[in-house]
Design a protein around this ligand. Structure first.
Ligand code: GRF
Length: 195
């Protein structure tokens, strides 16, 4: 199951990868808003979709509860947050393992403006992180990271595109391995493969 909020190119990479040998199928795609390309990608691929908007609930807890219910209906083994721009609550996180992809080398530049923040800081190398989600903002245990250079003349868009090219490949690789080999967590260490 994949959660999206925007263009869904990471979702597309997973949809394209999910052949029988991949070890996982995408059972559904959920979003926190309507009318996004991510949902259209799922529909074109024949994958069921749902939308759960925060604004339709009395508060974040009620939204979290409703989202957990929607996700549970598809009985996913893993939830992938791929450009999902909302902080997940306890009900979701206590019910399913959740993986997120982030466009920076955590713990540097957490939050919604990671690429802009890395550029503003002037780093020469940034990258992407695939990590397990906990209740913090991009604080969960790291599964995989890859570095991406910042080039002279980069703006937020050119740098983000360079990162996303790597991010899509890394996400597909990690999700596939998690599905095929399983994973164990010990403290902040995540090990892919059988225990
Ligand atoms: C990715 O860089 C993701 O890490 C970030 O937003 C971007 C989503 O891109 N949080 P897309 O919707 O998968 O194209």
């Amino acid at each position: 199951m994949v959660l999206v909020s925007g263009s869904g190119t990471n979702l597309q990479a997973l949809l394209d990868a999910a052949t029988p040998s991949f070890g996982a199928v995408i059972v559904a795609v959920g979003a926190d808003r309507d009318g996004i390309e991510g949902l259209a990608r799922a529909e074109r691929a024949g994958v069921p979709t749902f939308v759960e908007r925060v604004a339709d609930h009395a508060g974040r807890d009620e939204w979290d509860e409703a989202l957990a219910g929607k996700i549970a209906a598809y009985k996913p083994d893993l939830v992938v947050s791929a450009g999902f721009m909302k902080i997940l609550g306890r009900r979701v996180l206590d019910s399913f393992p959740v993986v997120n992809t982030h466009p920076a080398l955590l713990p540097s530049f957490p939050g919604a403006h990671a690429v802009r923040d890395a550029l503003a800081y002037g780093v020469r190398v940034t990258g992407c992180t695939v990590h397990l989600v906990d209740t913090g903002v991009d604080t969960g245990p790291v599964i995989a990271q890859e570095a991406v250079p910042v080039r002279e003349g980069d703006d937020e868009e050119t740098l983000h595109e360079r990162i996303k090219t790597v991010e899509r490949r890394l996400l597909v690789e990690v999700v596939g391995r998690m599905a095929r080999e399983g994973w164990t967590v010990s403290g902040r260490r995540v090990r892919l493969g059988r225990a």
